[in-house]
Design a protein around this ligand. Structure first.
Ligand SMILES: Nc1ncnc2c1ncn2[C@@H]1O[C@H](COP(=O)(O)OP(=O)(O)OP(=O)(O)O)[C@@H](O)[C@H]1O
Ligand SMILES: [Mg+2]
Length: 308
């Protein structure tokens, strides 16, 4: 649904995008991750036809950002990273204003606006002035606005920035609901753990380069060289020795303080075999926990080579 080919953007000699190949499938909830200045907003502004690339191609719904600007604008709903100031408008007036701007017939606007305010849980604020809304409510209103023309693709630049944990969860739930309605969503963020819960695919951008993209599992797999397993048994010291007999075990270490054994195993190791092996030596397993790296750790690992 969204595709870029060797996309480049140079600002006055500075290469903000160094040839990125992004691929977002229909129905994806795609997380575009990167630290400050990585080039997320630049990419998003190109996809939304607000900025011309320096070189390369970008397609939304098969349409080129070079040739089909108007068609792309009809296809997408875009939420920029900062919310415009509309001081003296109420929530309902604001929504009607955008419905009119998108050419929605007058008689349809009432029910459309009502439905969108319900979806974003703002019905109880319909007569409130926008300036009286909290930041989280303003973000939800911004989202409601992007949905006015029923776009197939939503492009959201940091929709959860500045929100408290509860408001983040609310936005996340709305996004999930929107994907079940068949929308394709690309959202940017630098909060990685947040995306891992809601997105089915992510792309990691670092200094204008896409260092990885794929499902969360694929990304995790790329960075995982071994897996940490913590276990506690009826005889930890002996367990640490006998486990080294298994080919999938790379190292073991008894942690006296935690009264546990730290075992490094191959990423695809069968943990059932670990348990069986101990059992065969009359050591009972009391506890076993596999510790997968967090998305932050994966991110640090994948971007390490590029950080100077
Ligand atoms: N109009 C501009 N003129 C010159 N340089 C720019 C311009 N816009 C962005 N840049 C530079 O391009 C790089 C990428 O910026 P961009 O805003 O795309 O990053 P971002 O990933 O959205 O960052 P953030 O997380 O801070 O929003 C930065 O180094 C920035 O300074
Ligand atoms: Mg940005």
């Amino acid at each position: 649904m969204i595709r870029t080919v060797n996309l480049k953007k140079t600002y006055a000699g500075f290469e903000a995008l160094q040839g990125i190949d992004l691929e977002v499938g229909e129905g994806d909830l795609f997380g575009f991750i990167g630290p400050n200045g990585a080039g997320k907003t630049t990419t998003i502004r190109i996809l939304t036809t607000l900025l011309e690339p320096t070189a390369g191609e970008a397609f939304v719904g098969g349409l080129s950002v070079w040739e089909n600007k108007q068609e792309i604008r009809g296809l997408i709903g875009y939420m920029p990273d900062s919310f415009g100031v509309y001081r003296d408008m109420t929530v309902t007036e604001y929504m009607h204003f955008f419905a009119a701007a998108y050419g929605i017939p007058h008689r349809e606007r009432g029910s459309l606006v009502g439905g969108l305010l319900e979806l974003t849980d703002l019905t109880y604020k319909e007569n409130a002035l926008i300036e009286s809304l909290s930041r989280g409510m303003q973000q939800r209103l911004g989202l409601a606005r992007t949905l006015v023309h029923d776009p197939k693709v939503l492009i959201l630049d940091e929709p959860a920035s500045g929100l408290d944990p509860r408001a983040r969860i609310e936005i996340r739930e709305i996004l999930r609901e929107l994907t079940t309605m068949g929308k394709t969503i690309l959202l940017s963020s630098h909060i990685l753990s947040e995306l891992s819960e809601v997105c089915n695919r992510v792309g990691i951008l670092e200094r204008g380069q896409l260092v990885a993209q794929g499902s969360i599992d694929e990304i995790m797999g790329m960075a995982r060289s071994d897996t940490e397993v913590w276990l506690h048994t009826t005889d930890d010291a002996r367990a640490a020795v006998v486990l080294r007999e298994l080919s999938c075990v790379r190292s073991t270490e008894v942690d006296e303080g935690r009264k546990q054994v730290l075992v490094h195993v191959d990423p695809d190791a069968d943990l059932g075999a670990v348990s069986d092996h101990l059992h065969g030596r009359d050591i009972r397993l009391r506890y076993l926990e596999r510790q997968d790296p967090t998305l932050e750790e994966v991110f640090m690992k994948l971007t390490k080579g590029l950080v100077q």
